[in-house]
Design a protein around this ligand. Structure first.
Ligand code: SF4
Ligand code: SF4
Length: 229
C-alpha cells in the first residue's frame, strides 16, 4: 500500500522569537579561535593518522584487491608506460580514508602517510591534485623531514597532453610518466607486440579475449600438448 506523503509548509514551522539569543554570540568575541591559520600554523597529526596514500610501484603487482575492496569506488587501475602491471590511482573526491585498500594489499605496496592537508588556490588545474597515482613512501618521508608540515607531497600536476603527466614535488623534483589507459585489461598501447613466429602460427582453438596477452607462454604450451593428444 502506498503511503501518502505529507510535507509541512514553511509557514507552519513555528520559530520561537527571542531577543536574547542574537546577543549570546558576543561571548565568542573574547574567546581564542579554534581554527588554524594556514600556512602560518601547523597541527601535529595523531600517530598513525590515516592520511594520503603512498605506493611502491616496484612492489605493486596490479592485483586490484585494493580497487575491489574500496567502498567508495575511489580506485582506478592505471597503466603506465614502462610498468608491467597497472597501479591504483586514488580519487580524493571520493576517498573516505578508511584504508581498507592498505589493509588488503598483499605485497604491502600500498601504504599511507600521516600527511593530511591539501589546500589549493581554487584554480581549475588544482583539481588534478585530487586524483593521483601515489608516490613512494620514502619520498613522502623525505619531504616531511624537510618541510614538517604534513602537506600533500605534490605541489602541481601538469598535464602535458598525449597521456603525459608531470608531478611537481614540493622540493622541486619532477616525476614524469605516461598513462596509457585505465582498467584491468591492458590497453592496446600497453600490449606487447607479438613475435614474428606467433604471427605465422595459426590458432588451433578459439581463444578467450584477454587471456593471450596475460599469459602468452602458458597458452602456447597448452596448444602443443593438445596437438600431441
Ligand atoms: S582509503 Fe578507503 S575509500 Fe580511500 S581508496 Fe582506500 S579503500 Fe577506498
Ligand atoms: S596496491 Fe596492492 S592491492 Fe593494489 S594492485 Fe598493487 S599490489 Fe594489488
Amino acid at each position: 500500500m502506498k503511503m501518502p506523503a505529507r510535507v509541512v509548509g514553511e509557514e507552519k514551522v513555528k520559530i520561537k522569537k527571542s531577543f536574547v539569543k542574537p546577543w549570546m554570540g558576543i561571548k565568542y568575541l573574547f574567546k581564542k579561535p579554534v581554527t588554524i591559520k594556514i600556512p602560518y600554523e601547523k597541527v601535529e597529526p595523531a600517530p598513525k593518522y590515516r592520511g594520503f596514500h603512498t605506493l611502491d610501484w616496484k612492489k605493486c603487482v596490479g592485483c586490484n584487491f585494493c580497487g575491489q575492496i574500496c567502498p567508495a569506488r575511489a580506485i582506478e587501475m592505471t597503466w603506465i608506460e614502462g610498468e608491467k602491471r597497472p597501479h591504483p590511482k586514488v580519487d580524493y573526491g571520493r576517498c573516505t580514508f578508511c584504508q581498507f585498500c592498505v589493509d588488503v594489499c598483499p605485497t604491502g605496496a600500498l601504504g599511507f602517510s600521516e600527511n593530511f592537508y591539501l589546500t589549493t588556490g581554487g584554480f581549475e588545474e588544482d583539481l588534478e591534485l585530487y586524483d593521483w597515482v601515489p608516490i613512494h613512501p620514502d619520498k613522502v618521508k623525505e619531504l616531511n623531514e624537510k618541510f614538517g608540515d604534513y602537506r600533500f607531497p605534490v605541489e602541481r600536476i601538469e598535464k602535458k597532453g598525449d597521456g603525459v603527466y608531470v608531478y611537481h614535488l614540493r622540493d622541486g623534483e619532477k616525476l614524469e610518466f605516461k598513462i596509457l589507459g585505465y582498467g584491468l585489461r591492458p590497453p592496446a598501447a600497453a600490449k606487447p607486440k607479438p613475435a614474428a613466429k606467433a604471427q605465422t602460427k595459426a590458432p588451433t582453438k578459439k581463444e578467450e579475449p584477454g587471456k593471450e596477452t596475460a599469459q602468452p607462454e602458458t597458452k602456447k604450451e597448452g596448444t602443443e600438448t593438445e596437438k600431441k593428444e
